[in-house]
Design a protein around this ligand. Sequence first.
Ligand SMILES: [Zn+2]
Length: 406
Amino acid sequence: MASYPAQIARLFERSPFYRNKLRAAGFGSAADVGGLERIAELPFTEKDELRRSQAEHPPLGEHAAIAIAEAARIYSTSGTSGAPLYLPLTRNDVEQWREIGHRTYSRNGLKAGERVVTTYGAGPFVAGASLAAFEAIGTVHIPTGVGNTEKVLAALERLQPEALACTPSYALYLSEKVKTHALQRIIVGGEPGGGEASFRDRLQQAWGCKVYEIMGIGDIAASLWGECPAQAGMHFSAEEFIHVELIDPDSGKSVEMKDGVTGELVYTHLEREAAPLLRFRSRDHVQVWTSRCACGRTSLRARCIGRTDDMLIVRGVNVFPSAVREVVARFQPRVTGAILIRPRSRGVKQEPPLPVLVEGDPEMAERISAEIRAALTFTPQVRMVPPQSLPRSDYKSRLVDFSEAG
Ligand SMILES: [Zn+2]
């Protein structure tokens, strides 16, 4: 893609962070870096490096390629795992995000004239940038803001919208409160869950309509992936703006994109102006498909399996806690669906059997163990605990507890 060499040249010129990083890796100039076919030779960018860059060189950090006065908007990350990071956007960056969001939500089936209730805030997080996408499509946008349950329920009842956009955990919560609605689709994102078959089934049954997933990543772009009515993974919406790679999170080696392979998503901005990133490690572990979708589109599709941060390795097998939860959920209603993994030792690498606490019928332990072994190819040690005994602040709560690890 022609924009890549120009972007590299610009980083050499305007971003001290990337100039130093690329020089340290043996690339003296943009010409040494070459084209996209050689991108795997470049070093990764980690979130911690960006935090350090911003802490040491406030306000935007040495990775930024603009002066702060050139920014049109500045978002920030939530800072759940460290200090919040400021994410500047120029006017062109804002435009581009709107275009990407427009495509993503169009893939969910949203059309001009349809009523859609959204529950995103306008800031400080990047989800606010998605609001412009609803206007770009031409929908009748009904924003209710964050956590305003009464407003959401009133809108569902009185305005009879066709669509609702919110987090999967909030969709579940609302399903227990709603009396009447005319929804034809629910769009979920902002946290994992919408792609987990058992959780999605539960939502679809509770609401009586289809659930489509979207996914974005603040450092790269809001609403970057969107699922179509075929529900066969989320389509990538930013081909000419963002380059995507797949890597093995352990070795860092590239994984060839083909149907069914799994790995961690790595992103490179091809046109971003304010804070462009090269080979940014997303920590999102996904399965991808490159073949033509039933909807006719050929764009890359992905489904999130879990966070690389949460991953454990049990005698060479990658184990995602969210995948364990999904297998356990197959046994509902004899289990509640809540699980907690309690490793015996610190760190990613674990020896089998891996202790897994499961809420539900005490007689289910053996069957659940066998199902996990068969589906995920590692040996768990399942211990049943009474319903409602495991911690659960929300759907995002951590599924691994190292407090008893030696
Ligand atoms: Zn499709």
